[in-house]
Ligand binder design. Sequence first.
Ligand code: GLU
Length: 507
Amino acid sequence: MSEKSMVRVRFAPSPTGPLHMGGVRTALYNYLFAKKNKGTFIIRIEDTDQNRFVEGAQEYIMDAMKWCGIMPTEGPGIGGEYGPYIQSERQHLYKPYALRLIKDEKAYYAFDTPDELEIVREQAKTMGMPNWQYNGITRTNLKNSLTLPHDEVEKRLANGDAYVIRMKMPRNTDVRFEDKIRGWVTVNTNNLDDKVLFKSDGMPTYHLANIVDDHLMKITHVIRGEEWLPSAPLHVLLYQAFGWEAPEFAHLPLLLRPDGPGKLSKRDGDRLGFPVFPTNWITAEGELYSGYREKGYFPEAFINMLSLLGWNPGTPQEIFSLDDLVQEFSLERVSKSGAKFDAEKTKWFQAQYLRSKSNEELAELLSQKLIKKYDKIILIKVCELMKERATFIDDIYTEGKYLLDKPETYDENTVAKKWKEDSAELMNEWKTILLAINEFTAENIEIKFKEFLTEKGLGIGAVLPLFRLLLTGQGIGPSMFEIASFIGKEESRNRIEEGITKLQIKH
Ligand code: GLU
């Protein structure tokens, strides 16, 4: 494979806040595409818009990607041959490229101040043109190096007057490029404005920096969100203007809200009760946006869920490890239409991954969360009994804490429905039978229990809930025979006796 055809892709977030789920998906698809093609996955921080810079955002992005297990092999703090990977540290690089475009008459200096442009915009509005643009027509009446005499331009530059550098958009030209997901895209330049490439603060805009860096970093495929599709024709024109070969483009579909049309926004999560961010984010004002990590999701579940928001394997398979995804992924199977986020399905993925972990591993995770220390063997058994009913590690404890400690309360509903006048007597009889069992296994308890039902002529629904109530305080749960055997004969006796006393008082 020649150097040129080696796949090199980049994830290029702007550190303007935490990384939204949609951003993680872009990073993931870049990662998968790179690994699948034995290429390189790069992260580049696009921080040329200093006004929107948010403290801590870059660290957040790196930390979130690490948690997801999709670390790049080139980037800030990682290294690589094409660094630095933070655009503000490459600032000196961009201006010569902007000047080169001016020299080649593909760009020009514009000296109009923001106030002057505001006036023009307002005038246009009153004349019924709300979307005024600096373009091939309007530029002829504005203050730029195409309209001002050459010596005045020189004088202004020598004076240090503020200017921006704008793209000289050609008139009435069709820009055509093939998007790997959308097919051929054609846009006429009459619909495009003379975008600013270089700002008066000495910084390039996103467009210029992005193209220069993608070229210098030898990026072969640009995989990014659909919101950048409108910028792609300008980018294609910039590649042409520089005489560079453009990378291939793939614009990913939007992530849509679960409850209607429209893009999934950071506010939707709080409104609908699910995280929109991979990990917790606390704003400078102290506002918390919750993250999947802190909510107890496994990164594998989060990534699996995200992978299917926009891509499908073409088979009914839903569970994919990261390695499986690397094997299966292709841009051809990414859809054009938006992908609806489904919070319930996300929980389903989490439950599947929880179930697939060994009891030992779950016990280890559980013990890290518990303040009180329990024997490892006991925790393993608790996980075995509870994992089918849990979604998160926390559920194993909250739903199954009676396996570790006697119940403090008794489920009101079950008590009201099931605990009758004669329940105490019935349970005392059962206790006698129970305590007479020699080998206290779930099987033996079950056999004795069934015999007891026959002898009494009672149905399971009349007796089992009482037994459960006394031992666990709950109305539902895993097998009672397993539970009794697990807590042991002595503990079962204590709980039955204590429960009867407490429930009789209540009755
Ligand atoms: N900096 C842009 C962003 O924040 C990157 C867009 C691109 O990948 O070209 O998403």
